[in-house]
Write a protein that binds this ligand. Structure first.
Ligand SMILES: [Zn+2]
Length: 120
């Protein structure tokens, strides 16, 4: 555990050193000392507390939103494919004559309609 520095006097020379080394100052500030957070490469950290800052809540939310979007896209794609297959099966159904074949195709169409209902 790093000892906390004086809250009112952030180490300015350290901050300018960080800027010179290619770090960028962020709009967010440290929840502990209110000094602006810095970002270097993929690390976000507080130069005053000398520790990394991780936006767990934000990251979690972003992850959830991303998941939702990709699931939505997958669902749309599935809907399109299944709708296409129903058209195909309907045409095929018109061309078959035996009760077994008719039964089989009707079953498959029924399954597809079930899935479509679930994802709509
Ligand atoms: Zn801090």
């Amino acid at each position: 555990m790093v000892q906390k520095k004086d809250k009112k006097n952030p180490d300015l020379s350290k901050m300018s050193q960080l800027l010179l080394s290619g770090a960028t100052m962020l709009g967010d500030s440290c929840p502990d000392c209110a000094v602006p957070l810095f970002k270097k490469e993929n690390d976000i950290f507080c130069p005053n507390c000398e520790r990394k800052a991780v936006f767990i809540k934000d990251k979690e939310e972003i992850r959830k939103i991303e998941q939702k979007i990709s699931l939505g896209e997958a669902t749309n794609q599935l809907r399109d494919v299944l709708t296409g297959k129903i058209t195909l099966l309907t045409n095929y159904l018109a061309s078959v004559d035996t009760p077994e074949e008719i039964n089989e195709i009707v079953d498959i169409i029924g399954n597809i309609l079930d899935i479509l209902q679930k994802i709509s």
